[in-house]
Design a protein around this ligand. Structure first.
Ligand code: WTA
Length: 644
């Protein structure tokens, strides 16, 4: 059966979905045929859930950048690949054609080679949202180096942890990054990180902010000087195996240490392009604006790889939504005639607080599709977004996926399948979700919440966790035999649509950033006065979830605003300020079971002010602690509630 790459109506969706379940090999064989392979695969899929082994397009050979760039050159070389919108409104936008992108990627790939980078080497990238970030990513992929982009908001310590785990050979950064009124001193943060990294490393610095930096000529090199050394553009392209690693992206999990999620070349390529075209209903010539940071998976898949694989025009915006004013996104949409706009509920909720005057000078009439990602979108935000941005004219897709899934798994196909507000929708063809209860049995009835799993592999399924495959098995494939476990709770509506509730493991989702509770607790516990801590999330009108930390202090009389600031500092220094607790409550003890496990369920209820029904407390070692914590919570003086 012939499978369309681009599904254009419900009938096709149903037909493709059925085929993808009944005959996945044929389905993905057809989808993968739409790409440029140097050698065709011999087997579509070879897998084993128990050992977390997923080999897609076995023996297939390719380079993803040939698919992102070269194959558009014959007919569309003058199409715009990237529009860069700088932080400052009075600075000119840059337009990079596919032809120019080709040259700049090859040139920078040669710089990497000149600096000793080879296939398989790990290159960390820590830059602001500038085109050179995409160029650095693609240049690594061109020569088979494994890129690991680190989000610009991380602290030196977090960066150092990631450099060590990846055993990085090079770091590409910039002097500083503009974010609204602020300049983030990236190079100096890197310098501090390198004090914690004992391996030989070279640093390439792109000059963006002209911030004064410490330049150490024995390891630091300027991007522009290295580029100027390249006289001849001999293409250093390396042809890779389908399951050679393409990148590592670190993400928080239930334990204290971030995991290096690895995606492989072939499967990731096929799925990001396929999901981009279908979820957003991309058509040739459309301009796509995804507001995520490239340091997160959304930026990887839907600013860089997905759109470029499809020959789209992708916008990279350097700044923040609310600077200089809250109409910045809307101005960018009008200026560049954006057709697809993809953002996060937290951005929407923050913009909502600025009122409707922000739309007075914008038309937004180029928009065709709007999308949401990163956390559940509440109904109020959904309607505001649909009415004021989409002008009730654009399908709003609520796309559910994860770093580990590589691309969108559950979402409406814009304008084709339609779900009500706050329902993500149906799986894309090729995706087989299932809800299970605690015992691992499948839930088949509607409206019952269960743990969301996927029971058949898809091409961009996590390949491994870097240098620790056991962790990949333990986290995703051990909890429920024969299934990938997402860590999210969900239920099915009677129309077969999924409503995603959010994390059911010890992971928080703060403004769409995934943060493991253990990571924050480790940072808090590193303060010498702190004996123990427990953090939980509670509802927040803008961030979705906020962090409340319950801490036991050694010398109770010492709990002051200063100590509170120091605890916050521990988190900022060790993770990044986005993970700082919103509230810190000093407590005499924590509610623990007899086996010593903290009952976070109770703390979550207390933090959200919902103490009427705390449920069964009989398994607690000392239930009187609960009343004490409630009392302290009610009389909490130190926390600054104005922020809410
Ligand atoms: C949450 C981001 C509800 C979810 C792409 C998931 C969502 C985690 C949605 C992954 C959505 C993402 N509705 N929740 N549409 N999209 N999530 O790895 O809890 O940064 O497990 O990937 O975000 O976050 P990550």
């Amino acid at each position: 059966m012939k499978i369309p790459f681009h599904i254009t109506n419900t009938e096709e969706y149903n037909r493709c979905y059925t085929e993808s379940v009944q005959n996945p090999d044929n389905f993905w064989n057809e989808i993968a045929s739409n790409f440029l392979w140097r050698n065709k695969w011999s087997t579509v899929l070879d897998y084993n859930f128990e050992s977390a082994r997923f080999n897609w397009f076995v023996n297939g050979k390719l380079n993803i950048t040939e698919n992102c760039i070269d194959r558009h050159l014959l007919t569309n070389s003058e199409d715009i690949a990237i529009i860069w919108e700088p932080n400052f409104e009075n600075e000119a936008s840059h337009f990079i054609t596919y032809r120019e992108l080709h040259q700049r990627v090859i040139k920078f790939a040669l710089v990497l080679k000149n600096n000793g980078i080879q296939k398989g080497d790990r290159v960390c990238i820590n830059m602001g949202m500038i085109p050179e970030l995409a160029i650095a990513i693609l240049a690594c992929a061109r020569i088979g180096a494994i890129h690991s982009v680190i989000f610009g908001g991380f602290s030196s310590k977090s960066i150092a942890d990631r450099l060590v785990d990846a055993d990085a050979k090079m770091i590409i950064c910039c002097d500083g990054a503009f974010r609204g009124k602020k300049i983030i001193p990236i190079k100096s943060i890197i310098d501090d990180a390198l004090k914690l990294y004992s391996k030989n490393i070279s640093v390439i610095v792109y000059q963006r902010t002209k911030t004064k930096i410490n330049f150490n000529p024995s390891i630091d090199k300027w991007w522009h000087e290295e580029m100027n050394k390249i006289n001849e553009l001999t293409d250093p392209l390396v042809i890779l195996d389908s399951d050679d690693p393409l990148f590592i992206l670190y993400t928080s999990g239930s334990t204290g240490k971030p995991k290096g999620v690895v995606h492989s070349c072939g499967g990731y390529m096929v799925y990001t392009a396929y999901s981009f075209v279908n979820a957003f209903q991309y058509h040739k010539g459309m301009v796509h604006f995804c507001t995520a940071d490239i340091g997160w998976i959304t930026g990887h898949s839907y600013i860089v790889y997905g759109p470029l694989l499809c020959g789209a025009t992708s916008i990279i915006y350097e700044g923040i939504p609310t600077w200089p004013k809250s109409d910045r996104f809307w101005k960018i949409i009008d200026k560049h005639k954006v057709n697809i706009f993809y953002t996060a509920p937290t951005a929407i909720r923050s913009l909502m607080s600025y009122g409707l005057a922000q739309f007075e000078n914008s038309k937004l009439n180029s928009l065709k599709v709007i999308g949401s990602v990163g956390e559940p979108i509440n109904e109020e935000a959904w309607h505001w977004y649909y009415d004021n941005v989409g002008k009730k004219n654009c399908p709003l897709i609520d796309t559910w996926w994860q770093t580990e899934t590589g691309g969108i798994l559950i979402s409406d196909l814009a304008g084709i399948t339609k779900s009500p507000p706050s329902i993500a929708g149906k799986p894309l063809p090729g995706i087989q979700p299932v809800l299970v209860n605690e015992d691992g049995n499948e839930i088949v009835d509607y409206g019952t919440q269960g743990k969301l799993c996927i029971k058949f592999p898809w091409p961009s399924i996590i390949f491994t966790t870097y240098r620790n495959h056991d962790r990949c098995i333990e986290t995703y494939f051990k909890p429920f035999t024969g299934k990938y476990y997402t860590g999210d709770g969900a239920y099915l509506t009677k129309y077969g649509n999924y409503r995603i509730i959010g994390r059911v493991d010890d992971v928080l989702n703060i403004s769409g950033h995934r943060i493991g509770t253990a990571e924050v607790e480790n940072a808090i516990n590193s303060h010498p006065e702190v004996l123990e801590s427990a953090i939980v999330g509670y509802p927040h009108p803008v961030k979705g979830e906020a962090i409340c930390a319950f801490v036991i202090i050694e010398h109770q009389s010492n709990y002051t605003q200063m100590l509170r600031n120091e605890i916050e500092n521990c988190v900022s220094m060790q993770i990044g300020s986005f993970a700082k607790p919103d509230r810190i409550l000093q407590v005499p003890g924590l509610p623990k079971t007899r086996s010593g496990k903290i009952m976070r369920r109770i703390l979550r209820k207390i933090a959200s002010g919902d103490t009427n029904n705390l449920g069964d407390l009989t398994s607690l070692l000392d239930s009187s602690i609960v009343d004490k914590i409630i009392e302290l919570n009610n009389s909490d003086q130190i926390n600054n509630f104005e922020k809410f």
